[in-house]
Design a protein around this ligand. Structure first.
Ligand SMILES: Nc1ncnc2c1ncn2[C@@H]1O[C@H](COP(=O)(O)OP(=O)(O)OP(=O)(O)O)[C@@H](O)[C@H]1O
Ligand SMILES: [Mg+2]
Length: 358
């Protein structure tokens, strides 16, 4: 397996697999005449406590769910790309002498690693790629270095292998988001056509809120916070005495008592908008920017009815749900309506699957 082999392009199509806190999401894409085609896809919830705060706590339970996802999706591929989260990875641009071989670079990084990586070297997995000549000095090259704890990679590899998958690439979530963004920009012509477009993506999942800002498709800011749809599900459970499954279902399909909108949903929406608003403020205060051109919402929570309009009104920003699958051709074996529901939650998986088409 190539760990964080971030700039290489696998020769064959590869499965995009998002192992999130609440689910596993699998997608297989192929290139079609005017874009991409969804060949296979599946989402399946994970038993609770399988993944805890981005760490895989129960490898056999994950492997079992993976095996079922693969078999239900009908994919024939086994080469797979997964990601480690932005907060568990350190990426840095460093400068090294030009003309070193890969092995020499690796040795030099290992020697100097304590400058860059705050973990003991024997616990670290790292990878690097030469980006290009360094601006400061002709004799140097700029090297992108990424490192994380070995166990983050190792646990994923073990679970995938137990499920009969071939862990081909371990990527960084932020890089997958950048790739996914290129597709979004395609759907929004004005983003493609004008320079210096500042775009924010708020991915609101079950437990994590990931806020990313890109300028011309390059990430310049990224923060993760603990916030997500799980809080809404728990509140529904508590207030109406429902099971976890019932509460999750009711959230999507409706049928809750009359006071739900005003007493439960609205406070959650307000808290969500406040998270976005604060993230924007943090971004403005830590950068030279004071506005953004477009806000995208992704993640399962972005499917909440009325959210886009309310965000747009509160924040005064052009806002849209990032549904990368909405314009893709879809294999006839796929249930199109469940695909369109799951679309916004598939951003990361799509970004990983796109890896082989870069
Ligand atoms: N139609 C919907 N309406 C409201 N909430 C929804 C809808 N569909 C999914 N959700 C909620 O979205 C959340 C799951 O979103 P998502 O799949 O993006 O999270 P995740 O990637 O599994 O989690 P994380 O990224 O936090 O690890 C759940 O809380 C789920 O109940
Ligand atoms: Mg997620």
């Amino acid at each position: 397996m190539s760990f964080l082999d971030f700039l290489s392009k696998p020769a064959k199509p590869i499965l995009g697999l998002d192992i999130s806190s609440s689910a596993v999401k699998l997608i297989e894409l192929s290139k079609s005449a005017d874009g991409y085609k969804v060949e296979a896809y599946r989402v399946m919830p994970l038993p609770s406590n399988t993944v805890v705060e981005k760490n895989i706590a129960d490898i056999p339970a994950l492997a079992e769910t993976l095996e079922r996802v693969v078999s239900l999706s009908g994919t024939k591929l086994t080469d797979t790309a997964v990601a480690v989260s932005g907060s568990s990875v350190i990426t840095k641009e460093i400068e090294l002498p030009a003309g070193l071989t890969d092995l020499q670079m690796e040795m030099q990084i290992e020697v100097e690693a304590d400058q860059y990586i705050p973990y003991p070297m024997e616990e670290v997995a790292f990878d690097f790629d030469v980006v290009g000549p360094a601006e400061s000095n002709e004799g140097l090259v700029t090297v992108l270095l990424a490192a994380c704890r070995q166990e983050n990679v190792e646990h994923r590899r073990q679970a995938l292998e137990m499920a009969g998958l071939n862990p081909k690439v371990v990527d960084v979530e932020g890089f997958a988001i950048e790739r996914a963004y290129r597709l979004m920009a395609n759907q929004f012509n004005q983003l493609e056509q004008s320079d210096n477009q500042v775009v924010a993506i708020a991915d609101i999942g079950a437990t994590t809120f990931t806020f990313t800002v890109l300028v011309d498709g390059k990430t310049i800011y990224s923060r993760e916070q603990s916030f997500g749809g799980k809080q809404l599900t728990e509140e529904i459970q508590r207030r109406y005495g429902l099971s976890w499954e019932e509460a999750g279902e009711a959230k999507r399909k409706g049928g809750l008592p009359e006071d739900y909108e005003a007493e439960v949903l609205q406070p959650f929406l307000e808290s969500l908008i406040q998270h976005i608003s604060r993230s924007l403020q943090f971004f403005y205060s830590s950068s030279n920017y004071s506005e953004i051109d477009q806000l995208f919402l992704a993640g399962g929570v972005s499917a909440l009815e009325g959210l886009v309009a309310q965000v747009e009104e509160s924040l005064g920003l052009p806002t849209a749900v990032a549904n990368l699958l909405a314009n893709m051709e879809v294999s006839s074996s796929i249930n199109a309506s469940s695909l369109s529901n799951d679309g916004p939650a598939m951003m990361l998986a799509v970004g990983l699957a796109l890896r082989s088409f870069d």
